[in-house]
Structure formats: C-alpha cells, structure tokens
Write a protein that binds this ligand. Structure first.
Ligand code: SIN
Length: 520
C-alpha cells in the first residue's frame, strides 16, 4: 500500500497546476489512467480567457461569463474566476509558458463567441493546451510522483463517510491501494458518453461515477455544452474546429453558401454556443450540409496549424475554403458538487477542473473559460491544502461484495449513439424516459455494492460511462425548462421558478430510496 499527503487523480491542466503549487515538503502522487498528456487539456485549441488588456476589466469578463451561463452561475465562483484570471496568466508567462505575441512583443488577444472584448490568450496558434501542458510538466517539482497507466476504480470511504484512499488497476490488471490525507478528483469530463464529441478518448466520466458510487453529491449534470463545429465526415465527428476560426472571420454557410446564422442572433456566427449548435442541428435535420467558409481568413494554415493538419489528415483541403462541420458534445458544466475551495460533500475528497461543479459556468460555459477554471481553482485548492493540517482518515476495512455472475454491461458504441439521439441537443420527456429505462436495465442501483476490481479496466470504463450517462439523463428529466446547455422541446423557454433551482443527485443507501434526485 502506498501513502501520500495529496493524491491527485488525473493529469490535465488542473491536476498539474495543483501539484506544482503544493508545498515542496508534501508527498504528492498523481495517478493517471493513460499517458500523462492524453487528456482534454492537451487537445484544447481555444485558449485561456482573462481580462489582461488595458481596455478590459474583470467585471466585463464576469458579465460575459454570467450571460453565457444564463445567470444561474455561482456568483462567487464566477468572480473568483474572472478576478484571479489575469494573475494566473502572468504566473504562467513568468514560468516560461510560450503564449503567442505580436510583432511588437504584445500578447495576442483573440475573440471567441459571446465575449465582449478580445481577451483570449493562445499558444502555438491553435495548440494552447499542448503549450500549457508542456509548461506545467516542465515546472513539476521533485516531490510530485506521476504514476501513468493506473486506473482509479474505487474511492475508499470509511464508516464515518470520509474518503481515505483509492484502489487502482495497472496495465497488467494488478490492483493497488493508495491512502492519503487528501484525495483530489481532476479526471476531466465525460464527452465520450456521446457518439459525436470533441473530447479525448479518456474523457469517460470516471470521476463523476467514482464520486457518485462513493456517495458524493453531483450538480447540474443536465447542462451539457455542444460545440457547434466539429469536423464532420461520413457521419462522424473527427475533432474540434476551434471557435477561434469564427473569431478570425470564418462564416457558417450551407451547401448553397447561404449564411446560417443570419437573422438568428445579433452576434451572428459568434452567438453563444448553444444557439449556434441548435441552429446547425436544425439545419442538418432539414437536410442541409453545413460548412465553415474560411475563404476570408488570410494565412489560415499559419494561424491554425493543428486544424489544417487535422483537415488534411481527413482529406479536406483547407485551401478550397470550406470545412464540413456539425455540433458535438464538448463540455460538461455539471459535475461533482464543490464549494469554491474545491471541497466535495465527502470529507477528504476534493474536485477541480471539468469533473467539478462549483457552479462557475451556470447553464453554459463561456468560450475559453475551462482552462482558466482548472488553473484558478487548482491554485485556490493548493493554498487550502498547504494551510490544512494532514489528517489520517480511519480505514475500517470495509469490503465490497463479490461480483455476481449475472451482470451485464452495454456495448459502448450503442450507449454513445443512444445518448446522442435521446439526450442530445434537443431533449423531450419521451426520449429521456426511454433512455433512463434502458440505462437502468443494467442494474445501476447495485453496482456500488460490488467489488468492481474484478472487472477489466475496459469494462469498468463502460460502467462509469453508463453511470454518468444516467446522471445526465436523470438530471435532464428533472429540469422542466430550457436553459443554456439544456434544451427541452416540451419546455422550450427559461422559467423563473427554475432559475434558483439546482438539480443535485446523490446515491442514497439501499436501505433508503435509491437514485432519488434532490432539488434545492
Ligand atoms: C474552441 O476552441 O472553440 C474551444 C474552446 C473552448 O471550449 O473554450
């Protein structure tokens, strides 16, 4: 059994920022299920939003964040994000992060959907995530040990309900136990529960399912952001085409070169993401093909080298000026409920980055606020853990039941396709309930009682996707209105009586009622 002061699950931007800011005398272990940089952060093209321009102000950034979030954001979290953003960018620059500058040595600031000003910092054109990861990896101190290919499949919870450790499986299937004073979920999102997604293969909702099985509260799971422009070929999403392309002048058109966003929203192609995604989805349903017309962007390949390469690898010649696009699942605004420090409802367990839900994004995340979220809240949590005495949570030696022989799990592609069709951009009660029934046919209310370490990591991943899909579906059933990333055809408007209600889910012991959603 290994011991640490702080155990971090996941190895994206939030995880590395936290690890790098913890005191040097702390014994820190990062556990990650794949290679260190095989997560969503490395794929991030868009950039990091922060009010660093002299014409800008954190309050403008705050207002844009609230407007995109349809005003249900946690105000304190949104203020923390936008006020602390500029300092985080300055720290990264100081530690050598190679953000893009203009010919006069000034930071280049891009514009993306629903931002009132240019405030997006990029690296390598469209390779901000990669640049950020390289920087954070380089400055990792020696007290941080990274264990790749360790899949965390169980959070250890004692009879007092405190989290004191984790069980993992390595590549060979060996089970290992880790104990720690503080366990931090930084496992990222769950885009892979949908068949069309911009997310990395590793984004399978692991942290959300782990926390739910452990008895933590999750919030806002119905709010799912669909990015308007994934490269779309032969009915498959092939990767993200950054909103920065529209920021640089790219225009959405149909097969007859008619502008798609004309008369839909005053911000046209840079309208909030849910508006653009819904519009493209409807147009595609009516049989239109949608393209990003990039003919107006000079030096496209130089500005967007990663996207140009991606298109080329899929047989699209960007010099012809049209990229076929469709919306796909991009970001989960919901997650494991935390306060603005990162504490979950389980003592000893914390969450940061996309797996967490501070409420900072409300019903829809503003573009380029996600890397910022990871960086800002990881820094806050580091400060908290650096000033908190180590705590030894008791191990009561609770053991789970052996896995029964009659379990079944879905075929993953079937699960993903069903989520896209029934819990996608447009939702209604019939599809949601059909999906809920189907998901529950896999005995979801029993799994947390079994020792799932007996399954392969592939099977556990499918189970985690199934559980996370259920959380999204069940929350979407609860919210009887449309807001941000949640659109109900049967409740198509925002409703005042829902404005102050958050859908919170928590597993309730089998002696009580299972899966009972709680509205606050
Ligand atoms: C994008 O580049 O369009 C995505 C950036 C983001 O989601 O913030």
């Amino acid at each position: 059994m290994d011991k640490a002061d702080v155990l971090i699950l996941g190895s994206g931007g939030a995880a590395l920022q936290l690890a790098g800011k913890l005191d040097a005398e702390k014994n820190v272990i990062i556990i990650t299920k794949s290679f260190m940089d095989h997560g969503n952060t490395s794929l991030a093209q868009g950039g990091i939003a922060a009010a660093i321009d002299e014409k800008d102000n954190s309050l403008f950034h705050f207002m844009d964040t609230m407007t995109a979030g349809r005003f249900v954001n946690n105000h304190q979290a949104a203020l923390q994000l936008t006020i602390e953003g500029p300092a985080v960018i300055r720290e990264l620059i100081k530690s050598g992060c190679a953000f893009d500058h203009d010919a006069f040595g000034k930071l280049t600031l891009g514009k993306e959907g629903a931002h009132s000003l240019n405030r997006i910092v990029h690296g390598g054109g469209d390779q901000t995530g990669k640049i950020l990861m390289n920087c954070l990896k380089t400055v990792l101190p020696p007290n941080v040990k990274v264990m790749e290919h360790h899949f965390a499949f169980e959070l250890l919870i004692n009879v007092s309900g405190h989290c004191y450790g984790v069980r993992t499986k390595d590549k060979q299937g060996n089970v290992q136990t880790f104990h720690a004073s503080h366990i931090v979920l930084a496992t990222g999102g769950c885009g892979q529960i949908y068949s069309c997604t911009s997310n990395a293969e590793t984004a399978t909702g692991d942290g959300m399912a782990l926390a739910y099985f452990a008895g933590a509260e999750l919030a806002d799971m119905e709010y799912m952001q669909f990015h308007p422009t994934l490269l779309y070929i032969n009915d498959e999403g092939k990767g993200l085409i950054s909103e920065a392309v529209r920021g640089a002048g790219g225009i959405l058109v149909d097969e007859k070169e008619r502008r798609v966003m004309k008369n839909v929203h005053p911000l046209l192609d840079l309208a909030p993401r849910h508006v653009v995604s819904q519009t493209i989805f409807k147009q595609r349903q009516q049989g239109h093909e949608i393209f990003l017309d990039i003919r107006g962007i000079e030096h496209f390949t130089k500005k967007f080298p990663f996207i140009a390469k991606l298109c080329m690898s899929e047989g699209i010649d960007v010099s012809e000026g049209f990229i076929p696009v469709a919306p796909g699942c991009h970001f989960s605004m919901g997650g494991v409920k935390t306060d603005t420090v990162g504490r979950t409802t389980i003592k000893g367990l914390y969450a940061i980055g996309e797996v967490a839900c501070t409420g900072v994004h409300g019903a829809n995340r503003l573009a380029s606020n996600s890397l910022l979220e990871g960086l800002v809240f990881a820094k806050t949590l580091a400060h908290h853990l650096n000033t908190t005495a180590p705590y030894s949570h008791k191990d009561d030696g609770i053991h789970k039941k052996n896995l029964p022989s009659d379990y079944t799990l879905p075929v993953r592609t079937h699960l993903q396709k069903r989520m896209m069709d029934k819990v996608g951009i447009f939702r209604d009660i019939d599809n949601l309930e059909a999906q809920q029934k189907w998901l529950e046919s896999f005995s979801l209310n029993r799994w947390h009682t079994f020792d799932i370490g007996m399954l392969t990591t592939e099977q556990i991943t499918t189970l985690f996707m199934l559980q996370t899909a259920w959380l999204v579906t069940n929350s979407a059933i609860q919210r009887e209105e449309s807001r941000g990333g949640h659109y109900r055809l049967d409740f198509p408007a925002e409703r005042m009586d829902w404005r102050n209600q958050q859908v919170i889910q928590k597993r309730i012991d089998e002696k009580r009622k299972l899966h009972e959603p709680v509205k606050t």
